[in-house]
Design a protein around this ligand. Structure first.
Ligand code: NDP
Length: 439
């Protein structure tokens, strides 16, 4: 156990997984003899690089870029790129570590990796974004490839940024190949990739409820975030008859009791790229809570009463106090669209209260799974229909739920999908590592 204050997010993610693995490690000394844990928590390769670029005023800016190639036992490294000022080695390592197990759970041939930069895209012009992306790829291109490492989007990286990076990769290498996923539909992207993480998280919630003889129909749902994952979780919740009543961004939270206006939300975030504050100009009856008015010990969004909660913004955005508020308000399901959005104490509170809980590494795996479907389409030079991709996504999410649920039962922790997902993902990677020798 590490106690150093640095890399706290990485240690948090590792501790959560290791605690779940105790019964497997205790009952199987092969993993200890093979030093599987020691090997698994050390990335195969960490690349940290300078990203110099010129802003619109002609001033030189310098950011720090990362690509952590964590584990390739199951396939090429796969995982997104995050552009956010909070990015550091701890954040990228926690995301890369989680990605190993998530990718294993999909059952697809993909290893785990993650990357990004401490670049803040907010307020930057289109030209500045392009120059940053080009500089970032000018270093990254030598480390990636369609059969080695295939990055995708994450916070701050959508189709626009993927486009600029792909353009630069092509210019540097002279190759037109599936080296990135989350591409535009015009040139190699997959239908339903944009929707996949949000849709997948809601499918996962549906499978959890089905197992408890319940459905999402008529349930009020708190959603945090207002980006790619949150928007398409909200869209799927509506399609399945639920009522999403909130969303949030880095400046505040909207609560709209009769249901979030999805068209307006898309317009504000996907088209205008503006703050959620503007939502109440159209809907004065909705509430807007700025970050300055959030409770000191948590997030305003989790203090409203609802049947279910979908954290879809960022890590550690749901605290123990938030969990207690949700539980005492009668929330019966929490399904994580974001990566590690609930603190460990919050997760413990949900499990202790027997709340149906879908951990991120299982519930949000639909995004990376559909990225792998994009790779398959690129490699075979095909374009599948939206329906075909969505059907495959549903099957993958059901398989992930079954794997986590069955494994939890097998280890005597029925219903605990945290333990089930961690053990199921771990075993697949560990067995592949053993078969491939000490590398
Ligand atoms: P986006 O950049 O599209 O959206 C992120 C949203 O969260 C924005 O509304 C943003 O606010 C808000 N946000 C980001 N950081 C913070 C913060 N520190 N405090 C408060 N709000 C914040 O990212 P995605 O929707 O793609 O990603 C959301 C989460 O889902 C992340 O944890 C990501 O790792 C995870 N994920 C994403 C996948 C994908 O396919 N995109 C796949 C699997 C997991 P603002 O609008 O003000 O910037």
């Amino acid at each position: 156990k590490q106690t150093s204050p640095c890399q706290s997010e990485f240690y948090q993610a590792v501790e959560e997984v290791l605690e779940s693995l105790t019964p497997v490690l205790d009952s199987n000394d092969r993993y200890q003899k093979q030093a599987i844990i020691q090997r698994m928590i050390e990335p195969e390769r960490q690349i940290i690089f300078r990203v110099p670029w010129v802003d619109d005023k002609g001033d030189i800016q310098v950011n720090k870029g990362y690509r952590i190639e964590f584990n390739s036992a199951l396939g090429p490294y796969k995982g997104g790129l995050r552009f956010h000022p909070s990015v550091n080695a701890s954040i990228i390592k926690f995301l890369g570590f989680e990605q190993i197990f998530k990718n294993a759970l999909t059952g697809l041939p993909i290893g785990g990796g993650k990357g990004g930069a401490n670049f803040d895209p907010k307020g930057r012009s289109d030209g500045e974004i392009m120059r940053f992306c080009q500089s970032f790829m000018t270093e990254l291109y030598r480390h990636i490839g369609p059969t080695t490492d295939v990055p995708a989007g994450d916070i701050g990286v959508g189709a626009r940024e993927i486009g600029y990076m792909f353009g630069q990769y092509k210019r540097l290498t002279g190759r037109y190949e599936g080296v990135l996923t989350g591409k535009s539909l015009l040139w190699g992207g997959s239908l339903a990739r944009k929707e996949a993480t949000g849709y997948g998280a809601v499918y996962f919630a549906q499978y959890i409820l089905e197992d408890r003889n319940d459905t999402l129909k008529g349930k009020s749902c708190l959603v945090s975030g207002a980006g790619n994952v949150a928007i398409y979780a909200i869209e799927k919740l509506y399609q399945l008859g639920a009522v999403p009543v909130s969303c949030s961004d880095s400046r505040g939270t909207i609560f709209h009791e009769t249901g979030i206006d999805l068209k307006l939300l898309k317009d504000l975030k996907e088209v205008c790229r503006t703050s959620l504050e503007n939502y109440i100009n159209t809907h004065p009856s909705a509430q807007y809570i700025p970050v300055s008015d959030y409770p000191k010990d948590g997030h305003a969004v989790w203090r409203f009463k609802a049947n279910a909660a979908f954290p879809c913004a960022t890590q550690n955005e749901l605290t123990e106090k938030d969990a207690q508020a949700l539980i005492s308000n009668g929330c019966m399901l929490v399904c994580e669209g974001a990566n590690m959005p609930s603190t460990q104490a919050a997760v413990d509170a949900f499990i202790a209260a027997n709340i149906a809980f879908g951990p991120g590494k299982a519930a949000n795996a639909g995004g990376v799974a559909t990225s792998q479907l994009e790779m398959a389409q690129n490699a075979s030079m095909q374009n599948w229909t939206f329906k075909k991709v969505d059907e495959k996504l549903k099957v993958i999410m059901k398989n992930i739920f079954d794997a986590a649920n069955d494994t939890a039962k097998e280890y005597g922790q029925s219903g605990n999908l945290v333990v089930g997902a961690n053990i199921a993902g771990f075993k697949r990677v560990a067995e592949a590592m053993i078969e491939q020798g000490i590398v």
